[in-house]
Every structure is written in C-alpha cells, then in structure tokens.
Design a protein around this ligand. Structure first.
Ligand SMILES: NC(=O)c1ccc[n+]([C@@H]2O[C@H](COP(=O)([O-])OP(=O)(O)OC[C@H]3O[C@@H](n4cnc5c(N)ncnc54)[C@H](OP(=O)(O)O)[C@@H]3O)[C@@H](O)[C@H]2O)c1
Length: 423
C-alpha cells in the first residue's frame, strides 16, 4: 500500500478533528501543518510541534507533498495558497465554503488545467454526505429543487425562540454561551454562511455557475417573538431556508431567507443545530439527508472521507475521480427575488377602524393576491390591532406593491413582518 503525504493548512476546530482521525489511517501521513500562531497550545495528546510552520507556502511548495488539506477558512490567503498548491500539481481537500462560493470557479478552472482534483464534502453541511452523492450516485438525475437548513447557529436560535419563547437577542446570547454562535455572529445570522452553501449545492446540482452576489439573502435578525407565536397558531414553525430551484425555462432561483414551514413538513422537524437537505430530482424523487452540520468530529468524517477516496483513486489513476470534476462552464441565469412566486405571511399593524379588513382585502385583490387566511389578534390599548394574513401563491413584486399601497391607507400603521411560507 502506498503512503500519501499531505500538508494541512489550519489546525483549529476542524483541523484538530481531522488530525486525530487521520491517526487511524496510515495511508496518509501528515508532513507539515501551517497555522497562524505556532506557539498556541493544541488539544492533541503527544502532539509533535515540529510539524508546525507559520508559512503555508512551505507546504504548497514542498515537492514531496501530494495533497493539501485546507481547513483554515477565509478568502485570502487561502485563495493564493490553494492556487499555488494546484499549480504545483497538488490535489486539494477543503472545508472552505466561502472560498468555493466566491472564487471556486477560478480554482476549479486552475485544477482542470493542472489535472488535479478539489474535493470539498465538508464545505456543505459538515458531516452530511451531499457533494459526492450529487456528483456521483445521483448523476443520472435531473435535480430541480433543493430546500435545506444549512446553518446550525440560526436553527438553534429559532428552535429556542419557539420552544422557550425567547427573544432573538436572548436566544443568540444563549447560543454564544454554549459555543453554537461566534462572538461576531453576522455570517450566520445574516444568512451569508447558508448562501455560500446553497451556491455550491445549486452549482453542482444544476451544472451552472451560481453568482453568490445574485443570491437574495435575508437573515433571522428581524424575526420577532410575535411572528413565532403567530406561526405556531397557524400550524407553522419558522426556519432559515436555503433554496435552489431550476425553473422550466432553464433559469434558476437561488435564495436564503426565513420561512414559515408547515409543521407536517420534514424540515419543520429539524431542531437545534442539526442540518437537513431535501433534494428533488427525476427519477429519484425526494430525498432528505439530516445530521450534524458542524463540529470537529462530524466535519472530520467528511474531510477524511474525501482523503481516503482520493488516495484510493490515486493508487490506480493519474486522473482521479473524473465524475467529481466541475462540469459547469455555463453561467446560470438567476432570477430576481421580485420575480419569484411564494405564499406569504404578512403581519400588519392597523387602526381598529371598521372596514380595515375590507381595505386589506381590496388592496390585495387589486395586486393579484388571493388571501387564504386572515386573522385579527386582539386590540391593543392604543386601539390598534395586529392583523395576520396568509396569501396564496403570489408574485413577490405584487406583494411589495400591495404593501406600499397598504401603507398609504390611514387605517394601516405599519407592516410588522413579511415572511415567505413553505407548505
Ligand atoms: N467549525 C466547523 O464545524 C466547520 C464545519 C464545516 C466547515 N468548516 C470550515 O472549515 C474551515 C476551518 O474552520 P474552523 O472552525 O476549524 O476554524 P478555526 O477553528 O478558526 O481554525 C482555523 C485554523 O486556521 C489557522 N489559520 C488561520 N489563518 C491562517 C493562515 N493565514 N495561515 C495558516 N494558518 C492559518 C489557524 O491558526 P491558529 O490555530 O494558529 O490560530 C487555525 O488553526 C473554515 O473554512 C470553515 O468554514 C468549519
């Protein structure tokens, strides 16, 4: 059996998990590990600190190294490091979703030119196997829809808001105290992390390059306890959903935003930091994969799985895993959120005037919106009332017009919330 030499960039949460798991597989030998601070204490028993370097280019320029494992994160210097590694004919295994979503196209192009492979199972949904199944086992399918919970932090926060009736701020603080959310949670709570992942999944599912800048991205920071409560009363739970759809005309609809998900839907049952991905395709039908989307151990399962798959192939071929190579030379035509069709939940703050429900109904009607449910939630001391509306499937731009017109009425004080609905 041949032993392959690998270099690691990064020895943080994922790196430590990968290093520990690799001790059980003598097929792969770690030659060097690049870190930012070589003096930092590492949570690894009997760790040989001589493996460490603070210069990642020591690794990518070392002719003895066959594979570079990138578990550092970020765009720069990760992009420069991996570009140099690829030019030096090294295969890459990475967990870096942000890098692949923003600059994957350049890296895959470079990999093609240099006849090397980039594997990235860990970049989407940590321990859930999804990249390799889409690229290999499911390659006979036409995949036309992905709907997923791809961010554990936001799912944890929304679960606690629903179960313990917490405000967003309190639930976030709890998530931070328990290590589920970072000190700066922006990337998670504003939906960027989920957007990177759905960009990668949509690109490989639809075989078209998705532009991350054209993904409509809305996070969970505006979700209010009264939305969670109203959703519950109406038979829904609120989740941050990452969605990718291939439309009949070949355009794609890729977006991330919170949704009211019907309680009977499988994604509504996914709680706490768990991730879940629902894929629909022909001929396979609907598939759901659920599991740990982050954490040292689940993520190491994906990184080391990629490494073992790659090295098994390298024993027999100089052109390993051809099915995993990128096949998406075409840019996707991504539709604007205004052109999408959804069912909507609208929470309206109205004066308690006679005829206010009629005004809402008329304005919705004039904008091609059919109402499926309308509910007034009591009257406040200031003689205003919260009115909750669920619409039938309507065009987003029509809904936005209706909201503008509603705000022109003396009876409507403000729009509290607008959320999309998934049944
Ligand atoms: N955490 C998860 O559960 C998870 C799951 C899936 C995917 N990922 C992805 O995996 C990657 C790593 O995440 P993580 O949570 O393990 O991050 P982390 O704990 O912050 O670790 C990052 C590591 O990279 C090293 N590093 C940072 N900049 C460097 C540079 N310029 N040169 C060399 N080393 C550098 C750091 O060195 P020091 O230790 O010296 O600071 C650290 O060891 C990210 O792309 C992340 O999105 C993470």
């Amino acid at each position: 059996m041949k032993t392959f030499k690998a270099g690691m960039i990064g020895l943080g949460t994922v790196g430590v998990g990968v290093y520990k798991l690799l001790q059980s597989f003598n097929k792969i030998k770690i030659e060097n590990i690049a870190v930012k601070n070589i003096n930092k204490k590492r949570d690894i028993e009997n760790f040989n600190t001589n493996l460490l370097t603070d210069n990642p280019f020591d690794i990518v320029n070392n002719p003895d190294i066959d594979i570079v494992i990138e578990v550092a994160g970020g765009i720069s210097p990760a992009f420069e490091i991996l570009s140099a590694a690829i030019k030096n004919k090294k295969h890459i295994v990475t967990a870096n979703k942000e890098l692949l979503a923003k600059r994957g196209s350049e890296l895959f192009g470079l990999a093609k030119e240099n006849n090397v492979t980039i594997l990235y199972e860990a970049a989407v949904a940590g321990g859930i196997p999804i990249i390799m199944p889409i690229k290999t086992t499911l390659c006979a399918n036409k995949i036309n829809k992905i709907a997923a919970i791809l961010n554990g932090t936001t799912n944890y926060i929304l679960t606690k808001m629903a179960e313990k009736e917490l405000s967003y701020e309190t639930a976030l603080k709890q998530a931070q105290d328990l290590g589920y959310a970072e000190t700066d949670p922006t990337g998670d709570v504003e939906g960027f992390d989920a957007a990177y992942k759905i960009a990668i999944l949509s690109t490989i599912s639809f075989n078209k390059k998705i532009d991350i800048n054209k993904i409509y991205t809305e996070g969970i920071t505006n979700i209010k306890p009264q939305d969670i409560k109203a959703a519950k009363e109406l038979g829904y739970t609120i989740k941050l959903i990452a969605m990718g759809q291939l439309l009949d005309d070949g355009r794609v609809d890729v977006r991330v935003h919170p949704m009211l998900v019907a309680k009977k839907h499988l994604l509504a049952k996914v709680k706490n930091a768990t991730n879940s991905i629902m894929i629909s395709g022909y001929p396979v039908g609907d598939l759901v994969l659920t599991g740990a989307g982050a954490g040292a151990e689940p993520t190491s399962s994906s990184v080391v799985g990629d490494l073992l798959t790659l090295t098994s192939e390298l024993e027999i071929s100089d052109y390993p895993l051809p099915l995993t190579k990128c096949k998406h030379d075409e840019n996707a035509v991504q539709i604007d959120i205004g052109d999408t069709y959804n069912e909507y939940y609208i929470s309206i703050q109205a004066s308690n005037n006679p005829g206010v429900i009629g005004i809402i109904g008329t304005i919705c009607g004039k904008n091609n919106i059919n109402i499926s449910t309308i509910m007034q939630k009591g009257i406040d001391e200031d003689n205003t009332a919260e009115i909750v509306v669920i619409t039938e499937k309507s065009k987003e731009s029509d809904v936005k017009n209706a909201l503008e017109n509603l705000l022109k009425s003396d009876s409507i004080n403000k729009i509290n919330s607008l959320l999309r609905v998934m049944n």
